[in-house]
Design a protein around this ligand. Sequence first.
Ligand code: PMP
Length: 425
Amino acid sequence: MALATLTPERLTQLHSELKSSYEALKDRDLKLDLTRGKPSPAQLDLSADLLTIVGPDSYTSAEGTDTRNYGGLDGLVELREIFAELLNVPVDLLLAQGSSSLTLMYNTMSFAMLHGVSDQATPWIRSDNAPKILCPSPGYDRHFALCESLGIELVPVAMLDDGPDLEAVRALVANDPAVKGIWAVPAYSNPTGAVFGEDITRELLAMPTAADDFRIFWDNAYGLHHLTDDEAPVLDVLDIAAEAGHPDRVFIFASTSKMTFAGAGVSFWGSSPANVAWFKRHLAAQSIGPDKINQLRHARFFGDAAGVRAHMARHRAIIEPKFAIVHKVLEDRLGDSGVAHWSSPRGGYFVSLDVLPGTADRVVSLAKDVGVAMTPAGAAFPYGNDPEDKNIRIAPTMPTEDDVAVAIDVLATCVLLAAAEKLAA
Ligand code: PMP
């Protein structure tokens, strides 16, 4: 029933019923965790062969490189070839690096701050005003934390179903040269699962900006993580940007964190020829080269792009049922409540739940008190500040299916209780 339409008497009654159900949850001594988007042990097991595929007698790459030794800043070409095809980036413009793409994002941002985005450009840190980055929100909390730690101002813009609110973006970039860039998770964004429409992508790559050193941080973390057959396309954004007259506008990031081992995967960095030269120059001051043994493992394990796609289908088989459970329990418990809306992602790792404005923080704390850990409310917004206090991120991949069902059921009780409290107040 729609809570907002209940009579005051009925609402008070519902509130006390919900309160009793909630109090009963305390006796169950639950310990469930839906906080971070980690692969489950069953998913990690899919890549078990990585642990043995390179050994004391097999550490030479196809090109004849002894992967145990120094060198090769770009990363192993046989792995870059596989991901060049998948990420739609020419192989000579794609670097393979260490285990974390977030580190590459941090490096790219720090190089821009300290050195500027080219030899001619002013370091962002020396600009007249503190640099600003547009943050489509809800978005990825670590993107925001990264900028904050470097002293970059976070400017929220709304994330819509098919990408950032372009009208707001256009207005912000057009007149303010301190706006130096925007975060973009083009496929199955964290947390809403939004897939950028092609028109939005083209516009972001083409739009005029007051800053001539404006950059898009194109984090394609989930580009291959489909949950349905309606797969998001991976566009050739370098080519589109070049055609639009902004060849150096995009930095592309990706990794195998949620393909193989989240803590021991391979990250990728792609961009224009000028940007690749720029990035490598600064990278070379930091490292002699990445872990080629791990890259060799990954190249052998996947074999080719089709091998990656087949592997991702095996992930889908494990996690799709968990997303289906989230959807079903939310629908059963909250479908006609009028106080909750949630995303139905076609891929990625999250479901984004919007509850009655002003209650998200209360819902998360109610859930915590009965043993269900959720990401803090507001985490998906710059500075942790959800202006409407309504968004909650659900990360269902790590727990078992049974635990997901219980945790979402508890969450639904908390959503209803918090809403009834607020409406009755
Ligand atoms: N980007 C996004 C959008 C993510 O959700 C995550 C992981 N949660 C990352 C990057 C982290 O990537 P990596 O493990 O390669 O550092």
